[in-house]
Ligand binder design. Sequence first.
Ligand code: C5P
Length: 219
Amino acid sequence: TNKLAIAIDGPAAAGKSTVAKWVAKDLEYVYIDTGAMYRSLTYACLQNQIELTNEQEVLSLLKSINITLTEDQNVYIDQQNVTEAIRTSQVTQSVSAVASIPEVRQEMVKQQKILAAKRGVVMDGRDIGTHVIPDAEVKIFLNASVVERAKRRHQENMDKGFSSDLEQIKKDIERRDQIDSEREVSPLRKADDAIEIDTTSKTIQDVANEILSIVQKYK
Ligand code: C5P
């Protein structure tokens, strides 16, 4: 059967990665988490004490490192495994600033286009349907109310035994969505030809099945 490219975009904590992994597993496709790439660069900036507003330094750091996503969802900066390190709240709170730098996006999108060229991919992010794979066969825009998204992330944290503050999470999500939506280059936006799914009152499984049935129609 034909291998497709599936683009999944949407705001922070809408369940994109969980759903994308599920869909990829079912179809035996590769899942590519583009947020992990922006997070890795942000982590490297923090480690190297680079001012996030210093666009030239951020860019030259990006050019000096190799960010690798493995098929089993590990993330490396050169030889260092940063899979866990890129999920801290410090990285989460800083990533949108780094991701708003035009030259950073240009470089990331270039790498992501290469990863998607082979098809048989589920890629999630903010600009996949609009800029990275504008010709993706299936485009999904996942959404949910900010309260619902904050509650889910809060529950996830508690399940992992992390300390968590629901109000703070809600504020962080709103702030991140605002920066991601208002930046000049490839902002968070639903592609005109994307199918929007509101996940507020749906389970991950429901949403994954909905996407899989959309995929079936293209096969
Ligand atoms: O998906 P995740 O929440 O891990 O993404 C982290 C951040 O990376 C987003 O808030 C956004 O600033 C940036 N991002 C982006 N474009 C993408 C994926 C992520 O700008 N395609």
